[in-house]
Design a binder for this molecule. Structure first.
Ligand code: ZN
Length: 207
């Protein structure tokens, strides 16, 4: 079973493009979207649209992540609130969903532009892998992070090759009608498309 942590954003959409390209029959692929306080409604809708586009199984689950957030700086040095160990919580909440499968690959869109997030780094992801091995040695669970050393620009490049439906994705933290263009995610995303002399389809199509 291939399970994709599908946020509705660009990175996880390209992961879904990769996984479905490796499995033409698209069987045993599950896209999971966790709904929590930091995700806006457009992102949730996008996660479903992307899963529907690829005709893969989709699960959406609400999480209570209302505990105190820590302050961090985003890629551009702006303060941003961060939920502690968000990825640990996501993967832990996957366990009831994946428990029935003997062999599971958990895919995430963690990447080089996530350098401010300790729980999106190789040390944490390796530790998570070891946790599964130590806690349930007979269970074959692998953590897959294909973009770990790639930048957003490189991920967009792969998505262009794999024909990721970028128009269905959503990255903005602030708005749900149009990308705000000023948040960390919007700036990274716009730069990535611009590096291929492209405009984000969400802006171009004036969605
Ligand atoms: Zn934005």
């Amino acid at each position: 079973m291939d399970v994709i942590l599908n946020s509705g954003g660009l990175d996880s959409a390209v992961v879904l493009s990769l996984v479905t390209s490796m499995q033409p029959h698209k069987q045993n692929i599950l896209a999971v979207n966790f709904i929590y306080s930091q995700q806006n409604s457009r992102g949730v809708a996008s996660a479903k649209k992307i899963a529907d586009y690829y005709k893969v199984e989709y699960v959406s689950q609400e999480l209570d992540l209302s505990w105190p957030q820590m302050q961090t700086l985003d890629t551009f040095g702006k303060p941003r609130k961060l939920l502690k160990l968000r990825n640990l919580v996501f993967v832990a909440n996957l366990i009831p969903i994946i428990a029935e499968f003997d062999s599971v690959r958990i895919w995430g869109g963690w990447n080089a532009d996530d350098f401010n997030y300790p729980d999106a780094q190789v040390g944490f992801l390796n530790a998570l892998q070891k946790t599964f091995q130590a806690g349930e040695p007979s269970w074959d669970v692998q953590i897959m992070a294909p973009w770990l050393y790639l930048t957003k620009n490189e991920i967009v490049g792969i998505g262009l090759k794999l024909q990721t439906p970028f128009q269905l994705t959503w990255s903005c933290h602030n708005k749900i009608d149009k990308p705000c263009g000023t948040c960390d995610s919007c700036i990274q995303r716009n730069k990535a498309f611009a590096s291929y002399n492209l405009v984000d389809p969400l802006i171009k199509e004036d969605n």
